[in-house]
Design a protein around this ligand. Structure first.
Ligand SMILES: CC(C)(COP(=O)(O)OP(=O)(O)OC[C@H]1O[C@@H](n2cnc3c(N)ncnc32)[C@H](O)[C@@H]1OP(=O)(O)O)[C@@H](O)C(=O)NCCC(=O)NCCS
Length: 257
């Protein structure tokens, strides 16, 4: 698809240091008040940053990362343009795609600006990951287990899917579940995770653990959020039962030729 430029619409897109986009990125974060799945890519040096210039004014930015490999930088995953210039968002986005030569667009469906551009410029769009935000307080109870912080001398069961957590459920002296919250998201959001020992699953422990970790997360000054693969029914049901709700999907599409 080609959009028609007029002189008054002309946009320059320049590759810049991350520091040059940060004030605009703060506006992006304020507008998108939820966890940004790839937030940490910026500070870890895994992104290329581009500034959008219109009539000598910096009106927005775009960020590109490597979809599979940090070195590739083939996927636009953030795009922001200040509200007075949203009418030229499509033109600016097309120019960004031209300059950065990305072949993929990744976006969260709760980021409405980039989602609309993904559908305008992308094809083969699908979702592999569900994003969750916290919604309600639950009052789940679990018999025979104690929720507490993990101790150095705890004997942890083998974790096959998730890292060993900072919090555990202990049944007598046996650790039957662990989980925690990670701080790689934009503040104030945190990313919950959990794993229940296989022979103790489907007995209410996973959802009880998440309910209790949510409380600890708030006490630590963070808002609980989570994500899981779209086919992880156990995780999705557990997060929903513990009072989270679906906030969006992580979408991926190929840039249309
Ligand atoms: C996800 C996990 C923690 C769930 O633990 P759990 O103790 O079995 O969870 P609960 O017993 O509290 O179950 C909560 C809900 O999920 C449902 N559920 C659990 N496992 C399920 C499965 N395999 N298929 C369908 N539903 C399932 C339960 O039925 C329950 O819903 P209900 O009360 O409406 O019936 C556990 O399966 C696990 O450790 N998986 C591997 C690690 C993982 O995937 N972690 C999450 C990464 S995002």
């Amino acid at each position: 698809m080609k959009l028609i430029f007029t002189k008054s619409m002309s946009i320059k897109v320049l590759k810049v240091e991350l520091s040059e986009i940060l004030s605009l990125r703060n506006l992006f974060l304020q507008e998108n008040n939820f966890q940004i799945r790839y937030n940490a890519c910026h500070e870890r040096g895994w992104t290329d940053s581009y500034i959008l210039i219109h009539n000598n004014k910096k009106i927005g930015y775009g960020s590109v990362r490597g979809k599979e490999n940090h070195a590739d930088r083939d996927s636009v995953f953030e795009f922001y343009i200040v509200p007075p210039y949203r009418n030229i968002a499509s033109i600016a986005f097309q120019e960004l795609l031209h300059v950065c030569a990305a072949t993929f667009i990744e976006c969260q469906s709760n980021d409405f600006l980039l989602t609309s551009l993904l559908y305008q410029f992308g094809e083969n769009i699908n979702a592999e990951v569900i994003l969750f935000g916290d919604n309600t307080k639950t009052l789940l109870k679990s018999e025979n287990v104690i929720f507490r912080k993990a101790k150095d001398d705890d004997i942890m069961f083998e974790h096959k899917a998730e890292p060993e957590g900072d919090y555990v459920l202990a049944m007598n002296n046996e650790i039957i579940a662990s989980g925690g919250f990670l701080l790689h998201y934009n503040k104030p959001f945190a990313d919950l995770y959990m794993e229940v020992k296989e022979d103790h699953r489907k007995k209410g422990y996973g959802s009880f653990l998440i309910q209790e970790i949510k409380n600890e997360c708030y006490i630590a000054g963070r808002v609980p959020a989570a994500r899981c693969n779209i086919d992880n029914v156990a995780s999705r049901s557990t997060l929903l039962k513990a009072g989270l709700s679906i906030a969006g999907y992580l979408l991926l599409g190929k840039v249309r030729a």
